[in-house]
Write a protein that binds this ligand. Structure first.
Ligand SMILES: Nc1nc2c(c(=O)[nH]1)N=C([C@H](O)[C@@H](O)CO)CN2
Length: 117
């Protein structure tokens, strides 16, 4: 199955379980793999048939920054549900990384897959 990808989408937001985290913004990095049949867009060279990674990126950024969230698991689930319900994507893999959360790791994170191909 074809896919449309977003890599290392950087979102600054209030995220975390501890009190001090609720007072600051931190950086999240998101990777998305979205199942999408790219043949129609390619054959017609028509934007309307493409899954627009820019539109998806903007929507996800708005969604994540709407309100404070505690867990990156919640972010991953929100993003997956949004992409499937608003963009007609049948399968999505979402990775949410929180660089800096564990100083001795370059990043920590979660990955989920939702839907079926
Ligand atoms: N599985 C998770 N573990 C932890 C999370 C999380 O969102 N998912 N969050 C924290 C704290 O917010 C941490 O990032 C503070 O540095 C700890 N563990």
């Amino acid at each position: 199955m074809d896919k449309v990808l977003i890599r290392e989408l950087k979102v600054e937001t209030v995220i975390g379980v501890y009190e001090w985290e609720k007072q600051i913004k931190q950086t999240l990095l998101l990777d998305l793999d979205m199942a999408w049949d790219n043949r129609l867009a390619a054959a017609s060279d028509t934007y309307e048939h493409a899954l627009c990674y820019e539109t998806v990126s903007n929507r996800i950024t708005a969604l994540i920054t709407e309100k404070p969230i505690e867990l990156i698991e919640t972010i991953a689930e929100m993003v997956a549900q949004c992409v499937m319900s608003e963009f007609n994507v049948q399968w999505v893999k979402v990775t949410v990384m929180k660089p800096g959360a564990v100083p001795t790791a370059s990043a920590v994170g979660v990955t989920i897959e939702r839907g079926c191909i």
